[in-house]
Design a protein around this ligand. Structure first.
Ligand SMILES: C[S@@+](CC[C@H](N)C(=O)[O-])C[C@H]1O[C@@H](n2cnc3c(N)ncnc32)[C@H](O)[C@@H]1O
Length: 304
């Protein structure tokens, strides 16, 4: 009997996914609502290959990597990005890539970071090999359509699942919603509307039972939506809290620097004034009157 046959059926959403605590929560909060679901998907599918198109600060890629490690799944994970930004994400600086590279080298060294265009990464994958593909690059309609159509042959005909982020976003220039509405009935699918929306398209013909069930059982889907939304929302708040704490620390640091600087400036000014006073004193004349210190104080006070 194989290990798979003895493995108990995973309930949806599983205890593991509800207790999941992401190792990486940056200020890129848009995906945070889906992290518990992503952990569940990895636990459930035990995929052999995960590819993410559009990594940015890496919160979603880190969760896939963490779940693979924690669930002891034998899986190759690749994140593809130019780490330069695009029309819908905006442009950003090199620091984003360096911070991410250090994080993955320390925590998930077996995850591959492919720096380049999605189109350039295509040839490094065999057809029919990817089990989870996450499309989260440029969100123009043409870009989402292009990314799906060019990568579809790479997906496993057996277990392949494609995730589309931002399918709830109704902002000019964002076309993931329109493309999702066009494609979602071509394969069994379901979606979440929170955290900018996530479409789940089951392109493989032989899906695990719990996943296939969500495409057919409205009650089960409603339950999964409520639980994953609730569970994922914690990360949103944790990330915001961390961000505010970091900001507060930064301000506190600059405040103490300013106070020190102020003290140093003040003592320099006093020394300067005393030196000027002594230089200007006519040492041949009589000793300064009692008025002299008062005039120093007045000159210092005038400086403020
Ligand atoms: C929305 S962000 C990804 C967010 C990330 N998945 C998360 O959850 O935080 C989109 C990323 O896709 C990258 N990108 C967009 N189009 C690309 C392309 N054709 N080739 C490579 N990278 C691309 C951008 O550089 C950007 O970092």
């Amino acid at each position: 009997m194989t290990q798979k046959e003895t493995r108990p059926e995973i309930l949806q959403p599983s205890a593991y996914s509800l207790r999941f605590m992401p190792q990486r929560l940056t200020r890129a909060i848009d995906w945070h609502g889906h992290l518990s679901f992503a952990a569940w998907l990895v636990e459930l599918m035990e995929p052999k290959s995960i590819v993410e198109l559009g990594v940015f600060r890496g919160d979603s890629l880190s969760t896939f990597s963490q779940a693979v490690k924690e669930c002891k799944v034998n899986c190759e994970i690749t994140g593809v990005d130019t780490w330069g930004g695009d029309d819908t994400t905006g442009r950003y600086n090199e620091e984003v890539y360096h911070d991410l590279k250090d994080f993955f080298a320390t925590n998930f060294p077996s995850t591959t970071l492919f720096r380049g265009l999605f189109d350039d990464a295509l040839s490094t994958f065999e057809d029919n090999s990817i089990e989870i593909l996450h499309i989260d690059g440029c969100h123009h309609y043409e870009a989402v359509k292009h990314d799906f159509e060019t990568w579809l042959p790479k997906l496993s005909k057996d277990k392949g699942v494609v995730l589309f982020h931002d399918i709830s976003v109704a902002i000019e220039g964002f076309g993931a919603k329109q493309y999702w509405n066009e494609i979602k009935d071509s394969y069994p699918s379901f979606s979440f509307s929170h955290s900018n929306g996530l479409g789940v398209l089951l392109v493989g013909r032989n899906q695990v039972k719990a996943l296939a069930e969500l495409t057919q059982d409205a009650q089960a889907l409603d339950y999964a939506r409520a639980i994953f939304e609730l569970s994922g929302s914690r990360f949103h708040h944790l990330a915001k809290e961390k961000w505010w704490r970091d900001e507060a620390n930064k301000h506190a640091e600059s405040l103490s620097y300013t106070t020190e600087q102020l003290g140093a400036n003040l003592s320099n000014m006093v020394s300067e004034h005393v030196a000027n006073y002594l230089n200007n004193m006519d040492l041949t004349a009589s000793l300064p009157t009692v008025e002299a210190p008062k005039s120093i104080i007045k000159r210092i006070a005038d400086k403020f």
